[in-house]
Design a protein. Structure first.
Length: 378
């Protein structure tokens, strides 16, 4: 047993926020959390916060490494280490549209990383290549393809961790989506021109998420609600938001928050190699991506992921939505854990769950991160 004691701030547990608390850890799990009476030997938070470890479902890279370029155990570990500096304790390395061979290599690499006990990796997110060219964003349309037998076989092969796939439902069939869902793949809609009825039918079928709501999809129109309208109208899917003051304007974010159930909103970073690497420029499939003023963009100005870390996403959410840090952190921990089906393992500070947490100072800047020891995605 190890005891971690905190005072002089806020410890956000599943049952409330304590000014002082001790977290008892046994192995990789929280054994108990108690309010702390005698806190003389406790770590002084100086007004800061202990929050559940952040869960990021969309991490393209970090620490100078792009997942498309390096799907090795070492590459995944470097990405995870870069994001752990900012409180992320669980993540999905995310592959931007690529060849079937590269998709298979990415999934195999994540399997190997989980087997090797790389901290934080819980699965893979394959974003594309079944996307709509009209909403390609920074994806290379030359990589786009149908969800054919070869790709289905790769995506539905049993894996050690979670497999999440972002696709445009109008570019495939309900039968093919059903095959993904039957194999346990988490399906999300993104980079899509889907009409309202198409999106609702996908949610009826079991599609669980919307990838970076508002981005790479048509805007809401009075006679064409589309995918955005379906997201705002239907309470079922989890919606990812990139809260970086670049991807979506603050008033639009607030509208979405007012329209949807809070527990179906989650923060994502869509992070690129610049995170944890001093905001340096990088290459994406042969194209230079410039990083400046928190914005990643290619030569024509198209956004290419983000330079956002999850601690900043939480900090921004406090400012944008006018909520407390523990509430903002739910969108970075509890809600994405539920989306991934890991709510019984991660996402809250509670007995029985993994001992993962982030310590932020009073300005919500990262101080330290604790990731439980132990292999596996759960």
């Amino acid at each position: 047993m190890t005891i971690h004691r905190f005072r002089g701030g806020h410890v956000a547990t599943a049952t409330g926020v304590f000014a002082a608390a001790e977290i008892e850890v046994a192995g990789d799990r929280i054994a108990a959390i108690r309010p702390l009476a005698d806190s003389a030997d406790a770590h002084d938070l100086a007004g800061g916060w202990v929050l559940p470890g952040f869960v990021d479902t969309q991490v393209n890279g970090g620490g100078g490494v792009l997942f498309n370029d390096d799907t090795s155990v070492d590459g995944i570990a470097a990405i995870g280490a870069a994001h752990a500096r900012f409180g992320t304790t669980a993540f999905l390395p995310t592959l931007i549209s690529d060849t079937p061979a590269r998709i298979a290599a990415a999934l195999d690499g994540v399997d190997a990383a989980i087997a090797a006990g790389v901290p934080g990796v819980v699965g893979a997110h394959i974003e594309g290549p079944v996307l709509n060219p009209a909403r390609k964003g920074t994806h290379d349309p030359a990589m786009f393809r149908r969800l054919d037998t070869e790709l289905l076989s790769i995506l539905t092969h049993p894996r050690r961790g979670r497999v999440m796939v972002t696709l445009a439902p109008e570019m495939t069939t309900p039968a093919d989506i059903a095959a993904l869902l039957a194999a346990g793949v988490i399906v999300s809609v993104g980079h899509s021109e889907a009409e309202y009825d198409t999106a609702i039918a996908a949610f009826d079928q079991g599609v669980a998420g919307i990838t970076h709501l508002f981005n790479a999809m048509p805007p809401l129109m009075q006679r064409g609600p589309g995918l955005v309208g379906a997201a705002l109208d239907d309470p079922r899917p989890w919606c990812g938001l990139i809260v970086d003051d670049v991807h979506v304007a603050r008033p639009v974010l607030r509208v979405a928050m007012r329209c949807r159930p809070f527990d179906r909103m989650m923060l994502v970073t869509d992070a690129m190699p610049s995170v944890g690497n001093g905001g340096r420029d990088f290459m994406l499939q042969g194209r230079r991506i410039r990083v400046a003023d928190g914005r990643c963009s290619n030569a024509d100005g198209t956004l290419a992921g983000s330079d956002l870390d999850m601690a900043a996403a939480v900090r921004n959410s406090v400012a944008v939505f006018g909520i407390t840090p523990d509430r903002a952190a739910m969108m970075a921990s509890k809600h994405p854990a539920a989306f991934l089906g890991l709510h019984g393992e991660r996402g809250q500070l509670a007995p029985g769950l993994r001992a993962d947490w982030a310590v932020l100072n009073g300005d919500l800047e990262p101080v330290s991160t604790h990731i439980a020891q132990g292999r596996g995605p759960a």
